[in-house]
Ligand binder design. Structure first.
Ligand code: NAD
Length: 345
């Protein structure tokens, strides 16, 4: 059993913690946070052991959460740390908490790429993370883009260039202070957006340009993907590579799918915990091949859950587990993901 803890129990941390609880080769030793809010209280009520910095003991006790010990005590009990704190805190934790301990650490995409030895996407570069001390799972948008690029590279296609335009969700559902409201923001106000550089932190040789805007929704991002191949590709071949790739599903409009909200409603209807959708959802009827070698499609990306499977694979990789496909299968089975991309396509 790989002993794991989660530092930072927010949007990503609570989901990774629940995913760890579902793996038969991992044990969730505990979680740590600095704010005794409803999320941590829920974890505590579920029986998850909560660790906090020494100076936070009283505030957690006042909120009815009995800390199990300090963050340092938690770190001394584990093999692998998932750091899911807000962007920038992970880098601070690296120098104050992790660097001198024997733990392996997995950071999230909000950290700069140089926080880790490797930026990670299971389908694109699993083997590079095997045995490493510091690994960074790339952000939600980058994870989704890398999965589709990997779908083609892993099936023997050669890519000339990738162009992705991203309509980003303005905020996560719990972020009541954030906008935009009644606005469309250039986010960032330049091209390329940072997502292209982030993709290159995993696949340095890909010719990719990205742009992004933020829109007033909380449910998903939406990507306009354009991939130009070096050789010709038919629409059937383009679909087949997507079908064959884990964590990608194709949704067809004949089932009624034509919006992000429907994707989330589908997740509720099939009983997904938190209505999570860790798969890339590609709207099948948008999949088009133009001029023999240019593929276009639209894709919904559920930012709150898409990186969760990759975090689980990263735990195995840093622990020395070498078989990428076996890890991906194990993760996806435990999380109840569909193994067959054709269910709604
Ligand atoms: P969040 O704000 O929802 O949660 C962060 C949690 O960390 C909070 O509970 C906070 O109290 C806690 N925290 C803050 N400082 C801490 C400390 N020093 N020690 C322990 N806990 C601390 O953040 P999030 O959205 O889960 O983002 C976490 C990371 O994941 C970021 O790097 C982010 O960029 C990345 N990420 C976020 C999303 C997303 O859509 N939310 C998607 C992919 C990746």
């Amino acid at each position: 059993m790989i002993k794991v803890c989660v530092i930072g129990y927010g949007t990503i941390g609570k989901r990774v913690a629940d995913a760890i609880l579902k793996q038969d080769d991992m044990e969730l030793v505990g979680i740590a946070d600095v704010v005794p809010d409803y999320k941590v209280k829920v974890a505590y009520m579920k029986g998850i052991k909560v660790y906090v910095p020494k100076d936070k003991f009283e505030s957690f006790k006042s909120a009815g959460i009995e800390p199990q010990g300090t963050v340092e005590e938690l770190l001394d009990k584990v093999d692998v740390v998932i750091d899911a704190t807000p962007a920038g805190i992970g880098a601070k934790n690296k120098s104050t908490l992790y660097i001198d301990r024997k733990v392996k650490v997995i950071f999230q995409g909000g950290e700069k790429a140089n926080v880790a030895d490797v930026s990670f996407s299971a389908l694109a570069n699993y083997s590079k993370a095997v045995g490493k001390k510091f690994v960074r799972v790339v952000s939600c948008n980058t994870t989704a883009i890398l999965r589709v690029i990997a779908a083609y590279l892993n099936n023997g296609y050669k890519i000339e260039k990738v162009r992705v335009n991203i309509a980003r969700r303005g905020a996560d559902p719990h972020e009541y202070r954030k906008g935009p409201i009644n606005d469309v923001i250039l986010d960032p106000p330049k091209i390329p957006s940072h997502h292209a550089e982030d993709v290159k932190s995993v696949l340095p040789d890909i010719n990719i340009v990205t742009s992004a805007i933020a829109i007033p929704v909380t449910i998903t991002h939406l990507h306009f993907v354009n991939i130009v191949f070096k050789d010709g590709i038919s629409r059937d071949e383009a679909l087949e590579a997507l079908y064959r790739t884990p964590r990608i599903m194709l949704f067809e409009s004949s089932y009624g799918f034509r919006s992000s909200a429907q994707v989330i409603e589908w997740a509720r209807d099939i009983g997904r915990h938190r209505a999570d959708v860790p798969e890339n959802i590609i709207f099948k009827d948008t999949v088009s091949v133009i001029d023999r070698n240019e593929l276009m499609f639209l894709m919904a990306v559920h930012q709150e859950s898409i990186v969760i499977p990759e975090n689980i694979d990263a735990i195995r990789a840093v622990s020395g587990y070498t078989n990428m496909w076996s890890s991906i299968r194990k993760t996806d089975e435990a999380l109840g993901l569909f193994m067959e991309g054709k269910v709604y396509g």
